[in-house]
Ligand binder design. Structure first.
Ligand code: NI
Length: 183
């Protein structure tokens, strides 16, 4: 397994629609997923999409972590979803803080559906799916957006919540305006 370079905002691949994976059970897809998981873990991310490692395929990894506060617990198994689809459950949108491995150092508030139903295929080629809420639903929406060339900045309703992580957390020597942004 290999930690792959993460494409940063500005790379055209992050603005293009990724294409469906023809054969989810292809061993090359399993190898890519393993590298994506290793890359996500090396970057301390909670999700990653194939275009972020310069592969224009519809494949995402989601760490189904329930709360950021539970980070100290053993991490859950990463969920690999090939050709993912998501459908909102209800109209409720909630703002939450997001960052992106392709936009390092920044965080901002992004509205997302609170609950979703997701579906797709696993590495064995079998159909998989389920429901997700809150942070996991947020990560799904963020990663599927990557497959459509959408970045979280595009979804922000108020760019004034955008900031550098170290400034938001007061680690630049200043007092943070909003300590609730900590994660
Ligand atoms: Ni991202």
């Amino acid at each position: 397994m290999t930690v792959l370079p993460v494409m940063k905002m500005g790379r055209p691949i992050l603005r293009e629609r990724a294409v469906e994976v023809a054969d989810p059970s292809d061993p090359q897809i399993a190898a890519l997923a393993a590298d994506m998981i290793e890359t996500m873990e090396a970057e301390e991310g909670i999700g990653i999409a194939a275009p972020q490692v310069d592969v224009p395929l519809r494949l995402i990894v989601v760490l189904p972590i329930v709360e950021r506060a539970q980070k100290k617990q053993a991490p859950p198994e990463p969920l690999v979803v090939i050709n993912p689809e998501i459908v909102p459950l209800g109209d409720e949108l909630v703002d939450g803080v997001e960052g992106c491995l392709s936009i390092p150092g920044l965080r901002g508030d992004v509205p997302r559906y609170r609950r979703i139903r997701w579906s797709g295929f696993g590495l064995d080629g079998q159909a998989i799916g389920g429901e997700a809420g809150d942070l996991v639903a947020r990560v799904f929406q963020h990663e599927v957006d990557h497959l459509d060339g959408v970045l979280y900045l595009d979804r922000m309703r108020d760019l004034r919540s955008l900031g550098f992580v170290d400034a938001l957390e007061g680690e630049d020597g200043q007092t943070p305006d909003d300590p609730a942004e900590r994660e």
